[in-house]
Design a protein around this ligand. Structure first.
Ligand SMILES: O=C(O)C(=O)C[C@H](O)[C@@H](O)CO
Length: 268
């Protein structure tokens, strides 16, 4: 009995874009609400959400009961962090701030068991192997892990072809917030030069033979990226939805006694 099939990795090869949603509330309860919504994938945010390994685990366990593919983002691309999220059962790992092919090669080594990589062998005590009830997990796990690297700086955009050429990088995600900031437009992801850079990057990633992904809560932009061929697009975040909905509701009853909602200049 091999390692479980990874629906997200399989979906990257499909024709249709996979529609996702960002979970940064760090709550298995709200993750369960989102899991029933009908998204193809859910991003559990270990970078900007106040998540630790036990909380990431509880969200993975929650999502396991639903037909939705979990993707776990680590805070940074450290081998030990990737080992931990793989052992708790993540199969698709999003790694922020990747800027070079060498970094990407290190991440490929981190996500794979030897001889392809350096992933530590803890399957005997790991949820990932169904607590050692998958006898051939060690020899089948590599085929089902999915490494998604984030290109979210000028340096990363310049190196997209080299990063995409690294064998074992399964997809490239563009981080619009960090990219806008690194380009000199913090919080202004809709600046024309940022939007143009993102569109060109999506086309370059695909021309280099890898699927592209992004997050954008503006339906116009999200659909534009799908038209350009992006294969995994997150179309909202739990924190932003909750924050905006609660502000609007309070204001609808209390008027100016409630704070003015902030008009966002970005949509991620
Ligand atoms: O740079 C980005 O944009 C991302 O990587 C996504 C953000 O980190 C996400 O938390 C929403 O702002």
């Amino acid at each position: 009995m091999p390692a479980p099939k990874n629906p997200f990795k399989a979906g990257l090869k499909g024709e249709k874009a996979m529609i996702g949603f960002w979970l940064s509330l760090a709550s298995p309860y709200t993750a369960e609400i989102a899991a029933g919504a009908g998204f193809d994938w859910l991003l559990i945010d270990g970078e900007h959400g106040p998540n630790d390994i036990p909380l990431l685990l509880s969200q993975l366990q929650t999502l396991a009961a639903h037909p939705v593919a979990p993707v776990v983002r680590v805070p940074i691309g450290e081998t030990w962090m990737i080992k931990q999220v793989l052992d708790i059962g993540a199969q698709s790992v999003l790694v922020p701030m990747v800027e070079t092919a060498e970094q990407a090669r290190q991440l490929v080594r981190a996500i794979n068991y030897p001889p392809k990589g350096v992933r530590g062998v803890g399957a005997a005590v790991a949820r990932a192997s169904a607590f050692n009830r998958i006898p051939d997990y060690l020899v089948t796990a590599n085929d089902e892990v999915c490494l998604i690297v984030q290109a979210e700086s000028k340096a990363a955009i310049d190196a997209i072809e080299e990063i995409a050429a690294v064998d074992g990088v399964d997809a490239i995600f563009i981080g619009p917030a960090d990219l806008a900031a690194d380009m000199g437009y913090p919080g202004r992801g809709t600046e024309p030069v940022v939007l143009e850079t993102i569109e060109k990057a999506i086309l370059r990633i695909q021309a280099a033979g890898k699927p592209a992904g992004i997050l954008n809560s503006d339906p116009k932009l999200a659909n534009r990226y799908i038209e350009l061929g992006a294969k995994f697009v997150a179309v909202g975040t739990d924190v932003t939805l909750f924050s905006q909905a609660t502000s609007n509701l309070a204001r609808s009853y209390r008027g100016d006694a409630a704070p003015q909602p902030v008009k966002s200049t970005s949509s991620y």
